[in-house]
Design a protein around this ligand. Structure first.
Ligand SMILES: Cc1cc2nc3c(=O)[nH]c(=O)nc-3n(C[C@H](O)[C@H](O)[C@H](O)COP(=O)(O)OP(=O)(O)OC[C@H]3O[C@@H](n4cnc5c(N)ncnc54)[C@H](O)[C@@H]3O)c2cc1C
Length: 389
């Protein structure tokens, strides 16, 4: 059997569904291929920020409350088990199960007219010939292709020889803890530093479970599983009972040129996971929308990539700022200094939340940090003097 679509999208996660919804709404003949049947799960903390809600609302129509299992207005930062800072009652953080969230997005894209081929792995992808063959034997031709197929992207591999750089990739592990059986009550998310190198651990409250996870640059963390087991034991007084699952995470190693010719990459396939927080869903949605808008404006030719790159630049600039800032945050000594300074730097926790809500960028955040330190050099001196402790 043979089919043809103006735009074919490989991957029906947040990036793929955002692109499909945007294209279908503009009357473009678009299809999504995914190897999974939906609803399908995806390993994820399921934390959605105000930034994510803003992007979501700019693409989709339905209110998302039905797929939000928990809302929190605070966040706790800890270092080696000790509470360093707590931000309460200032901003909302939302928690979802990807099983529900991704299905909800896909349903909306389908309602707008996107065609789906689900449970359909790619058997062959012929980029110059603009066609792909599914395991079912069906052949699909396309004018333009969007690779939204996640961190192990087949499309990125075909374009650039590999899906990601193994030297720069991060890895994350998670386990679900039944809330009802947890000896610790957790209503606000916890971010734990000092456990993973160039990364952190977390406890995120969902509707019925707590998601306990750890992630960091793979090259610096050969022992993540043992660290997660130790963290779980210390935090809950119990060994891990559930299944530990792991997944790669691009964590800031994004593609400067997100595609080639009539092929555009979005979301994790383009490496769009924030270099400090590890937030990826908002950028998957945003890049899916931007790729679709570039195709709507320029058609399936090479001009689409130029249009996409121009739109993509804002995300890239923010990621570059964050990549620089993480040298201040993550290496052992500076991580401790930064976390100690955090409560003392006036307004910084609030700035952090404004950053996560996309109300300010990393440039302003960094300026605030430097200005505060310059205004209170005594505080910095005090911290440096105590750095051996
Ligand atoms: C442990 C962990 C925790 C995380 N926690 C958070 C968090 O709390 N908040 C947050 O914002 N981000 C988080 N992230 C990042 C977030 O999960 C990703 O950034 C996000 O899922 C990217 O969306 P995507 O649409 O690009 O890719 P994906 O969600 O990975 O979707 C890709 C889709 O492509 C399909 N696919 C793949 N290959 C093929 C193929 N060859 N043929 C057909 N289909 C294919 C897959 O089945 C999948 O449905 C976390 C990541 C990890 C690993």
């Amino acid at each position: 059997m043979k089919r043809h679509h103006q735009v074919l999208i490989i991957g029906a996660g947040p990036a793929g569904s955002a692109a499909a919804h945007t294209l279908a709404r503009s009357g473009v003949d678009v299809a999504l291929v995914d190897k999974a049947h939906f609803p399908r799960d995806k390993l994820c903390g399921g934390l959605l920020t105000l930034r994510c809600r803003k992007v979501y609302r700019s693409i989709f129509d339905a209110p998302w409350e039905g797929v939000i299992g928990h809302v929190s207005t605070g966040v706790k930062f800890l270092h080696e088990g000790r509470l360093i800072n707590e931000i309460l009652g200032v901003s909302e953080l939302f928690f979802t199960r990807r099983l529900d969230f991704d299905h909800f997005l896909l349903d909306q894209a389908v309602a707008r007219g996107a065609v789906t081929y689900l449970g359909a792995a790619i058997a062959d992808l012929d980029l110059p010939g603009k066609s792909c063959r599914l395991h079912t034997g069906m052949e699909i031709g396309f004018d333009a292709l969007i690779g939204a197929d996640g961190v192990n992207s087949l499309v990125a591999k075909r374009l650039f020889g590999r899906s990601f750089d193994p030297e720069r990739i991060a890895f994350a592990l998670e386990v679900e803890v039944d809330r009802a059986r947890s000896p610790a009550r957790v209503d606000d998310p916890e971010i734990h530093f000092g456990l993973a190198r160039w990364g952190y651990a977390w406890v995120f409250p969902k509707k019925d479970t707590l998601t306990v996870g750890i992630g960091g640059l793979l090259a610096h963390n050969p022992d993540l599983k043992a660290t997660l087991q130790r963290f779980h034991l210390e935090r809950f007084g119990l060994p891990v009972l559930g299944k530990i699952r792991g997944h790669h995470l691009p964590f800031g190693d994004y593609r400067r040129i997100p595609g080639r010719g009539n092929v555009l990459l979005c979301g994790d396939a383009a490496g769009l996971v924030e270099p400090i927080t590890g937030e990826g869903i908002a950028f998957a949605l945003q890049s899916g929308r931007l790729a679709a808008e570039a195709l709507i404006e320029a058609g399936a030719g090479a001009a689409a990539l130029a249009g996409y790159r121009a739109r993509y630049r804002k995300i890239a600039t923010e990621f570059d700022h964050a990549r620089r800032l993480r040298y201040l945050l993550f290496p052992g000594l500076s991580e401790r200094l930064f976390l100690k300074a955090l409560p003392g730097i006036r307004g910084l926790p609030l700035k952090h939340l404004e950053l996560m809500a996309d109300e300010i960028g990393y440039g302003e955040y960094f300026r605030h940090l430097l200005t505060s330190v310059a205004k209170h050099p005594g505080r910095l001196f005090h911290l440096l003097a105590r750095r051996g402790q």
